[in-house]
Design a protein around this ligand. Structure first.
Ligand code: NI
Length: 185
């Protein structure tokens, strides 16, 4: 298990469309990668992470929406991480009614934006053993899964705001990064 580096905008890898995982790729290497992806998500800490955020252009996401609020279970014991790993996830059906959530992203530090998405989605995917899975997700769970799936298309929340807001954020980021580099030197 390893904590991987999380890429941030404007890294061009985050704009790439990811490729499908092939049937011959479901081996131990894939499962190790998924463990690393989950460990990286918990270390951040975050509620979801997509493979391209660590520089891997395969259609893989991990998510644990409960990680946002549960540090202890009902009995006051530390909760066990319980994440879902999805390979080649697809939205089969989506509700017409929407939910608006103020989203953040580990790849877009210090930025939040209200995003409207379908409130309920039926997702099908392969688990890490190559088995077919299908399940409805709703409310916050649906938000997290859809956010992570956007990453597989090369889309981040910054792509959902006006061009002006996006360029302002990016120039602020570039200045901050430039300053950090000066401090390092
Ligand atoms: Ni994200």
């Amino acid at each position: 298990m390893a904590v991987l580096d999380i890429l941030t905008v404007p890294n061009p890898v985050l704009t790439r469309k990811c490729r499908l995982v092939g049937p011959d790729e479901f081996h131990d290497g894939l499962r190790t990668f998924i463990s690393d992806l989950a460990e990286t998500m918990y270390a951040a800490p975050g509620v979801g992470l997509a493979a391209p955020q660590v520089g891997d252009l395969r259609r893989i996401i991990v998510a644990d929406p409960g990680n946002a609020k549960r540090e202890e279970d009902a009995n006051g014991r530390p909760r066990r991480p319980r994440f879902v790993a999805m390979i080649n996830p697809v939205i089969v059906e989506a509700s017409r009614d929407k939910i608006t959530w103020e989203e953040g992203c580990l790849s877009v530090p210090e930025f939040n934006e209200d995003v409207a998405r379908p409130r309920r989605v039926l997702i099908k995917w392969f688990d890490e053993h190559g088995r077919n899975q299908q399940q409805w997700f709703e409310d916050y769970d649906a938000v997290v899964i859809q956010h992570e799936m956007d990453h597989l298309e090369g889309t981040v929340i910054l792509d959902k705001v006006s061009r002006l807001k996006k360029s302002r954020y990016l120039s602020r980021r570039t200045k901050v990064r430039g300053r950090d580099e000066l401090l390092v030197e």
